[in-house]
Design a protein around this ligand. Structure first.
Ligand code: FAD
Ligand code: NAI
Length: 464
């Protein structure tokens, strides 16, 4: 290693960075990970996936109790109330447990945590909290942060971003969400379930951009029934504080008369941007692309030999599991093995109720590739969904008309996030719709709907 301090230095300890560091150490490489947060785990464990899912789970149970769904099952609760403090407490417990878990894994695998902000001095040298560190390989895994809305100041009280929206000290009466994407719908669901009237203002003509068109429409219908109000094709031109709350000025995206909406809390959730500011990338010889991302090759190496990048800071979906898989692959490539991520088969899940999930091509995208066949099965026809009183949604399998190879799977179902794993596995193995249709699925499970949707591609399902 000559005069290098480490074989591998990872910058950032999110799901990309911490997984890369652990795998590199497992492969016998002397590894350090720089992290400026007080705890390890990045956005995902501290202020993203984990705390949001803790609140989604708790608020779902609250709504089931408060809204009468439990009473319909014979579970009668005579007196109930919301204890928001305890709900936040269990959120923090999940975060603390998991971030401490990463620290434990670092110790176990002998990954050194360099506490502080890392800045490049040159292509192989970085300073962290006054310490200069030379590494043979440097992995940039600095993740992403909230995209600001020009002219709107997040004050973490009446105007919040995804982080402060996790920590609201009381349930707002009226919440306006700017952006009908994943964060808006997940965190909007949390506060709606706890009692807020939620209005979503979305610039495009439909929510959930990037997802299958039919899924987007159906999701919109289901969320409206739940009480969400949507203002589609609408742009926000101003957000100002108004006493304890805020007032938004909105107008049709195509132009037209403006109107105002009052809110107790406004959530700005219009996307995330890669973290490259302050990294000193110029000293390393790296220039981000027009979208602020760091470009890499198939092995996750940047244009500069020995500098690699993964996760939200590189192009592709900003998802924790994508970052993790890239983390494993980059460490294996550095160790001289062959680390590969199949970017065509990255599942995505929205953890609302019902959940929304997809993998592969949307029907719109698949049509561009040639002739396709589509099979659909409604969750209404699935016995487990029926028993659990979860009738919402459908499963849709999109296959190539000639080869029958599955090109994409989309679903709305209470447990779609779990069901989509089977679709991803099938696609990874090049499954045809017939392969899935002839695979025996346990009864009664929601997953039978996937089998029946596959049966619908070339023939007929049984239960509709
Ligand atoms: P990050 O997790 O962003 O971690 C990067 C880390 O690098 C940070 O801790 C940062 O402090 C550190 N860092 C940055 N610069 C430096 C520096 N110069 N020196 C030292 N440290 C530095 N994805 C899912 O797949 N499923 C979900 O359910 C999900 N839910 C989400 C909910 C919310 C509210 C949000 C905001 C995001 C959610 N995501 C979810 C997205 C997910 O969090 C990201 O895709 C994932 O965290 C990206 O991982 P990463 O390792 O690339 O970066
Ligand atoms: P997003 O990209 O999912 O949605 C942003 C929405 O805001 C889009 O619908 C967009 O059209 C709209 N928008 C943009 N500018 C606007 C404007 N000025 N006015 C009104 N609407 C506007 O981004 P979001 O929800 O902020 O999430 C960021 C990222 O975090 C996602 O891309 C996702 O990858 C990740 N994430 C993943 C989760 C999951 O996997 N379950 C959960 C939460 C976040």
């Amino acid at each position: 290693m000559a005069d290098y301090d480490f074989d591998v230095l990872v910058i950032g300890s999110g799901p990309g960075g911490y997984v890369a560091a652990i795998r590199a150490a497992q492969l016998g490489l002397k590894t350090a990970c720089a992290e400026s947060r007080a705890t390890l785990g990045g956005t995902c464990l501290n202020v993203g996936c984990i705390p949001s899912k803790a609140l989604l789970h708790a608020s779902e149970l609250y709504e089931a109790a408060a809204g009468g769904a439990l009473a319909k099952l014979g579970v009668k609760i005579d007196a109930m109330s919301l204890d928001l403090g305890t709900m936040h407490g269990q959120r923090l417990e999940a975060v603390n447990g998991l971030t401490a878990g990463v620290e434990y894994l670092f110790k176990k695998n002998k990954v050194e945590w360099l506490k502080g902000l890392a800045t490049f001095e040159s292509a192989d040298t970085v300073t962290v909290a006054g310490r200069t560190v030379r590494a043979k390989n440097i992995i940039i895994a600095t993740g992403s942060s909230v995209t600001p809305l020009p002219g709107v100041t997040v004050d973490n009280e009446a105007i919040v971003d995804s982080t402060s929206a996790l920590e609201l000290p009381k349930v707002p009466g009226r919440m306006v969400v700017i952006g009908g994407g994943v964060i808006g719908l997940e965190l909007g669901s949390v506060w709606r379930r706890l009692g807020a009237k939620v209005t979503v203002v979305e610039y495009l003509d439909q929510i959930l951009p990037g997802m299958d068109g039919e899924v987007r429409k159906e999701a919109n219908k289901i969320f409206k029934k739940q009480g969400f109000e949507f203002k589609l094709s609408t742009k926000v031109t101003k957000v100002e504080r108004n006493g304890a709350g805020a007032v938004l000025t909105v107008e049709p995206a195509a132009g037209g008369a403006a109107e105002t909406i009052e809110a107790d809390v406004v959530l700005v959730s219009i996307g995330r941007k890669p973290n490259t500011d302050g990294l000193g990338l110029d000293k390393a010889g790296i220039t981000p692309n027009g979208r602020g991302q760091i470009e890499v090759n198939h092995e996750f190496e940047t244009g500069v030999s020995g500098i690699w990048a993964i996760g939200d800071v590189v192009p592709g979906p900003m998802l924790a599991h994508k970052a993790e898989d890239e983390g494993i692959a980059v460490a294996e490539n550095i160790a001289g093995l062959t680390g590969i991520v199949n970017h065509d088969v990255i599942p995505s899940v929205v953890y609302t109720m019902p959940e929304i999930a997809g993998v592969g091509l949307t029907e719109e995208q698949a049509k561009q590739t040639g002739e396709i066949k589509v099979g659909k099965f409604p969750m209404l026809g699935n016995s487990r969904a029926k028993t659990n009183h979860e009738p919402w949604g459908f499963v849709k399998v999109i296959a190539d008309a000639k080869t029958d190879k599955v090109l994409g799977v989309w679903m709305i179902a209470s447990v779609a996030g779990t069901m989509i794993a089977e679709a991803a596995l099938g696609m990874e193995f090049g499954a045809t719709s017939e392969d899935i249709a002839y695979t025996c699925h346990a009864h009664p499970t929601h997953a039978e709907a996937f089998k029946e949707a596959a049966m619908a591609v070339t023939g007929k399902p049984i239960h509709v």
